[in-house]
Ligand binder design. Structure first.
Ligand code: ADP
Ligand code: MG
Length: 402
């Protein structure tokens, strides 16, 4: 669905990195805190969704999930210079601040109800605020998700959103539900956001053509949360997660929480036209470890394959079968067994902190060939899977965000 985000203008290739003095034209504080909230974040009567019993303007918002439903809650913060470039279009930033949170609801199969906004602003820039509020509230309206409150303070630019959604009691999609024999799926075209980020960093040789840059930049700055997919996967998927830190790293969370292993087939990974034009190692870097994708990875038993395909067709969203879930002991070498022995919880539950690599085997082939009885062969093994580690803000050995 088109929001104002897709139409928002932006700066051209190579001009997006933080520029000292880029905000020199911003006016000094012209609007007080409460005027600012009233002007940009409180909707006039009759405008925007009304989902809360008590909405914006009191000490607390009061939400009532429907009978038989449970609340699903998630928070994500975007910090300038870490999660977004200082020159990013405010419309797109408003969209993304909510989108990354709706993506968490989607991964749980939750229907959005409302959200709060904690906004830290270095100064009051009304043009910026108007654009930010538009991107944010257009996406909120699209998902019938009410802005029910928040907090506004002065300081370095940071945007914290907490979303509330509802799921049928006991029916939330979790990371822990994958079972040996399940098939592994991914939505859309992960990797585009990373391609755009590398274009901004100037690391791509050859550089991206303008059309590819605009398209992948849209994926990076304006992701579409897969809320409808998450709702459709209720009762269909056994486990799900949204891809924020990279496909392999996030898949690792499912594997650890479910106590299973996975075989992933590189030949089955979906390639957007922009990625298809790149060299193979760039394709794999972007798809497997890109991050910022906000696609869903999920698992489902093979007998539900047709239902998953029908769901993708109904949503007009490509769903690609990229691998299989296996038993842990089939895929675990002796060293790994030893390490897991050290950290396995006494309760006998799945180990929580084992490294992802050895649980995950990455093969060069396509899944169709394996379905037809081919042996995956030697292909790309665990050492390569280890290379595509996911983004971690506190690990200095990984490349930083912009
Ligand atoms: P309190 O001091 O009781 O925490 P505040 O004075 O911070 O409340 O906020 C007044 C009202 O405005 C509250 O209902 C709060 O939820 C809402 N609010 C504050 N900042 C925002 C924002 N950025 N967006 C939406 N609502 C906000
Ligand atoms: Mg209060």
């Amino acid at each position: 669905m088109a929001t104002s985000c897709a139409q928002a203008g932006g700066v051209g290739v190579g001009t997006g990195l933080a520029q000292p003095g880029a905000q020199a034209t911003i006016q000094p504080m012209s609007l007080g805190e409460f005027d600012l909230i009233a002007k940009y974040f409180v909707r006039p009567a009759g405008q925007g969704p009304r989902r809360a019993v008590v909405g914006n303007g009191d000490d607390c918002a009061v939400l009532a999930p429907a009978a038989g439903m449970q609340l699903a809650v998630s928070t994500d913060t975007l910090v300038e210079g870490r999660h977004f470039l200082s020159t990013v279009d405010p419309v797109r930033l408003g969209h993304k601040a909510l989108a990354v949170n709706l993506s968490d609801l989607a991964a749980c199969g939750a229907k959005p109800l409302g959200f709060t906004l904690a906004l830290t602003l270095p100064r009051v820039d009304e043009a910026w605020l108007a654009g930010f509020a538009r991107g944010l509230l257009d996406l909120a309206d699209e998902h019938d998700c009410e802005l029910v409150g928040g907090d506004t303070t002065a300081g370095p630019l940071a945007i914290g959103v907490t979303v509330f959604g509802e799921v049928p009691a006991g029916g939330a999609l979790l990371r822990s539900g994958a079972r040996p024999g399940d098939e592994l799926w991914v939505s859309g075209h992960p990797g585009e956001a990373r391609l755009a980020l590398e274009a901004f960093r100037g690391t791509l040789r050859p550089s991206l053509p303008a059309e590819a840059f605009d398209a992948t930049r849209l994926a990076m700055e304006c992701p579409e949360p897969r809320v409808a997919l998450g709702l459709g996967l209720r009762g269909l998927a056994t486990a799900a997660i949204d891809v924020s830190d990279g496909l392999l790293g996030d898949l690792g969370h499912i594997l650890r929480r479910s106590g299973v292993s996975a075989d992933v087939f590189a030949g089955a990974l979906p390639l957007s036209p922009w990625l298809a034009a790149r060299r193979r190692h760039e394709q794999l870097d972007c798809i497997l470890a890109g991050g910022d994708d906000y696609e869903l990875i999920f698992t489902a038993p093979p007998e539900r394959r047709a239902a998953v395909e029908a769901l993708g067709a109904c949503l007009g969203l490509p769903l690609s079968r990229i691998g299989r879930i296996g038993r842990l002991d089939e895929r675990t070498d002796a060293r790994m067994d030893e390490r897991m022995g050290e950290i396995a919880p006494a309760t006998g539950g799945p180990p929580q902190s084992a490294p992802a690599g050895p649980r995950l085997r990455l093969w060069e082939g396509a899944l169709a060939e394996v379905d037809a009885g081919a042996d995956p062969g030697e292909g790309l093994g665990a050492p390569l899977a280890n290379r595509w580690t996911s983004f971690d803000h506190f690990r200095p050995d990984l490349r930083e965000a912009p």
